[in-house]
Design a protein around this ligand. Structure first.
Ligand code: TA6
Length: 281
């Protein structure tokens, strides 16, 4: 049996591999506190990581679960998706207890972050695997003396065998922004099929979303992360991404739990957390 907590290098980046009693494994990098692999006990990788992802540029890693903070996308003046995904986080602890294995990373403000976003903050990301489940919990404290507001998302690249055969369920009745056109709609379909570029923000979800594929399904639920982004770049946008192979868009769909429509507001001394859980069904 492999060690429950193993420190190693993954494409040159310091990483932790967690192994739970169920046999499930996850790999988390200190760079971005980014989950880059989750293999539940059935042995099937559920996280997409681009074969052409770059690990040494100071840029974002294509795939895994990047943490978008303190801004989701381009919905504000900061660099796209903020800076948390491009910083090295500090490991706080990694351990295996009973049937779970967990690792926590921390990112605080520094000169560089304050140049981009003028706030003191303490952020923590905890990854926990147990049985058929992966939990990613993101917490933020405001230790400063001014109020802060931010948007965020756990930008999960979920692996698909063939995205055209996948369906996303649980979105019916929700308002969404179609970011490819900048238009707002009400979802009327019981399932969403990805057959073209798809970039949507569904607001105020009340129940888990289901990613259904032939012979397998994954539940995605957010706590304190009410919005859900569904993204696939399709063929033409993938061609413009130098860090993704041409057919990469077939092997992934992003389903991202976030706090986007209504920014999180933190008074001085305040704190907040949000969690995304992925469950094999
Ligand atoms: O979450 C969807 C999205 O905001 C898309 O608009 C798309 O641009 C994607 O994120 C990836 O962004 P990135 O900066 O990682 O290329």
């Amino acid at each position: 049996m492999s060690k429950a907590v193993e420190h190693f290098h993954f494409n040159g980046q310091p990483a932790i591999r967690l192994t739970a009693r169920s046999g499930a494994t996850a790999v988390v990098l200190a760079y971005g506190a980014q989950v880059v692999s989750w293999i539940p006990p059935d042995g099937q990788e559920r996280i997409y990581l681009s074969e052409k992802a770059r690990f040494d540029t100071g840029a974002a890693i294509r795939g895994g679960i990047p943490v978008c903070f303190p801004q989701f996308g381009t919905r504000g003046p900061l660099p796209k998706h903020g800076f948390a995904r491009n910083r090295v986080w500090e490991e706080v602890e990694a351990r295996a207890v009973d049937d779970f294995a967990t690792a926590t990373f921390r990112l605080d403000d520094d000169d560089l972050t304050r140049q981009i976003w003028p706030h003191a903050f303490e952020a923590e990301l905890t990854v926990l695997i147990t049985g058929q489940r992966l939990d990613v919990e993101f917490g933020v404290k405001n230790p400063g003396d001014a109020p802060m507001r931010f948007t965020c998302a756990l930008h999960s690249y979920l692996a698909t065998r063939e995205v055209e055969e996948a369906r996303v369920e649980g979105l019916r009745g929700l308002k969404y922004l179609d970011a490819t056109k900048g238009t707002e709609h009400l979802e009327t379909g019981t399932e969403l099929a990805v057959e073209d570029e798809t970039d949507r923000i569904y607001f105020d979800t009340k129940r888990p979303v289901l990613l259904r594929e032939p012979h397998r399904a994954l539940g995605v639920s957010g706590e304190n992360l009410p919005d859900v982004v569904v993204w696939n770049p399709w063929e033409h946008l993938t061609a413009a991404l130098t860090d993704m192979p041409g057919n990469g868009f077939r092997r992934m769909i992003c389903i991202e739990s976030g706090a986007i429509g209504k920014p999180v507001e933190l008074a001085p001394g305040g704190d907040w957390w949000g969690r995304q859980s992925l469950v094999v069904l």
